[in-house]
Design a protein around this ligand. Structure first.
Ligand SMILES: Nc1ncnc2c1ncn2[C@@H]1O[C@H](COP(=O)(O)OP(=O)(O)OP(=O)(O)O)[C@@H](O)[C@H]1O
Length: 268
């Protein structure tokens, strides 16, 4: 039923209980938002899935247990991750940045590439085609030749999202991709996350503090508070749950978010 499932996850640092029997799942093609106040344990969940932290409990991804696996082995299973900073190489252009992110898929050897053997050239063309498709999907083709360091921060964030997509993830973990963006840039990013999910069908687990974005595009929300799960369900239900409101959300923000959930998403 779930592509990614966490069951009874517990994580302690010394006496601090960071995650207390957390269970959650991401379905195929679903955008699940993970919300909760600062320090609730959201990033720790990502670190458990990625193999950086070693919790007890079960984590299964497409039939494989992730518990005890190294981060590199977990990444190889197709678990992609975006970070709060876009992790771009500023002097390279967007196309080059995306090509670098394809490097895990390169099969030809350096010698084959240097000799420009037909197999290596075919492979290069295939990678370029994937990168160009993602640039097109994210409406970035017209900017693809410009060094990314000179582009607006909001565009850099979308390129960072594109970097994660070209790696062909089977699931994408996004850690507050909207951090530091203006309202307009957030709307643009939300549009692209939503369209990438619909066009590519990649399930996504998404840490986010912006409740308007969450209610506009998330299929479901899971709420953490002090390492405990306190809510899970569609945005319209979860954002009106009194326990969630008490733990985390101001009523004004809730009212705005519920209004957003009712409004259709338009490209910013
Ligand atoms: N490596 C670590 N060593 C000790 N404590 C840690 C470690 N990683 C996380 N914690 C603690 O675990 C708790 C949860 O942190 P975490 O970063 O997962 O929260 P979060 O929900 O992502 O917060 P934010 O929204 O501020 O990013 C915090 O109290 C944090 O200090």
């Amino acid at each position: 039923m779930f592509d990614l499932e966490l069951k009874d996850i517990e994580l302690h640092f010394g006496g601090l209980v960071v995650l207390n029997r957390v269970s959650l799942g991401v379905r195929s093609g679903e955008l699940l938002a993970l919300i909760g106040p600062n320090g609730a344990g959201k990033t720790s969940i990502f670190n458990c899935i990625s193999g950086i932290y070693r919790p007890t409990g079960q984590i299964n991804f497409l039939g494989t247990s992730l518990i005890g696996k190294k981060p590199s082995a977990i990444a190889e299973l197709g678990i992609g991750r975006t970070f709060q900073h876009a992790e771009l190489i500023p002097r390279m252009n967007a196309r080059e940045n995306l090509l670098v992110a394809r490097h895990n898929h390169v099969k030809s050897t350096l010698v084959e590439q240097w000799l420009r053997l037909p197999s290596a050239r075919r492979e290069e063309a295939d990678h370029l085609a994937v990168v160009n498709d993602v640039l097109d999907l994210l409406s970035l083709s017209h900017l693809a030749h410009l060094p990314v360091g000179g582009l607006p921060f909001g565009i850099q964030k979308i390129i960072g999202f594109g970097r994660a997509l070209v790696a062909d993830p089977k699931i994408l973990l996004m850690d507050e991709p909207s951090a530091g963006l203006t309202q307009e840039e957030r709307e643009e990013l939300a549009y692209h996350i939503d369209s990438a999910k619909n066009r590519l069908g990649i399930p996504m687990l998404w840490i986010e503090h912006d409740m308007e974005m969450v209610s506009a595009i998330a299929d479901r929300i899971h709420v953490l508070d002090y390492g405990r799960s306190i809510g899970d369900g569609p945005p319209s239900e979860v954002l009106e749950d009194p326990e969630v409101i008490r733990a985390y959300l101001g009523t004004t923000q809730i009212a705005q978010a519920v209004d957003t959930a009712a409004a259709p998403l338009e490209k910013g």
